[in-house]
Write a protein that binds this ligand. Structure first.
Ligand SMILES: [Zn+2]
Length: 136
């Protein structure tokens, strides 16, 4: 068959990109001038220790510590996107706390309760205002 379309494989992130961070700490000193106390601590500490030995003949030392970390401990932002997608799919994209309308509920909340009459109110008002009996 001529002109058949080629089936292409989907592009996937097949290549893993490794995150790497490296920190290098240098300490250098002169055993004659300062003993084991570091005298040079910047990136050129090794060169300064070598120069100091060449110029003075003093015994110098260099300590190099390299810390390498692969990967990152920070949370992956793609994980939050996945959780949001799952939450919106399970709630049907509606807010979860929205109340559903109740067709049996009365239109006015106090419809079944009768209001007190004017006479009942005045009886209660008189009872409340009645003076206490005096014991004179
Ligand atoms: Zn020295």
């Amino acid at each position: 068959m001529e002109g058949a379309p080629l089936v292409r494989a989907p592009k996937l992130p097949l290549e893993h990109v490794r995150q790497k961070s490296e920190q290098r700490d240098l300490l250098a000193g002169c055993l004659v001038c300062s003993g084991r106390t570091p005298r040079w601590t910047k990136a050129n500490a090794q060169a300064l220790a070598a120069q100091h030995h060449d110029r003075t003949g003093h015994a110098t030392w260099v300590t190099i510590a390299t810390e390498i970390q692969y990967g990152n401990t920070a949370p992956d932002p793609r994980q939050a996107d996945i959780e949001d997608a799952i939450a919106s799919a399970s709630s049907g994209d509606r807010p979860g706390a929205a109340p559903l309308p109740d067709p049996d509920a009365p239109a006015v909340p106090a419809a079944g309760v009768s209001a007190p009459t004017k006479a009942a109110l005045s009886k209660r008002a008189l009872a409340a205002a009645k003076p206490e009996p005096s014991n004179v």
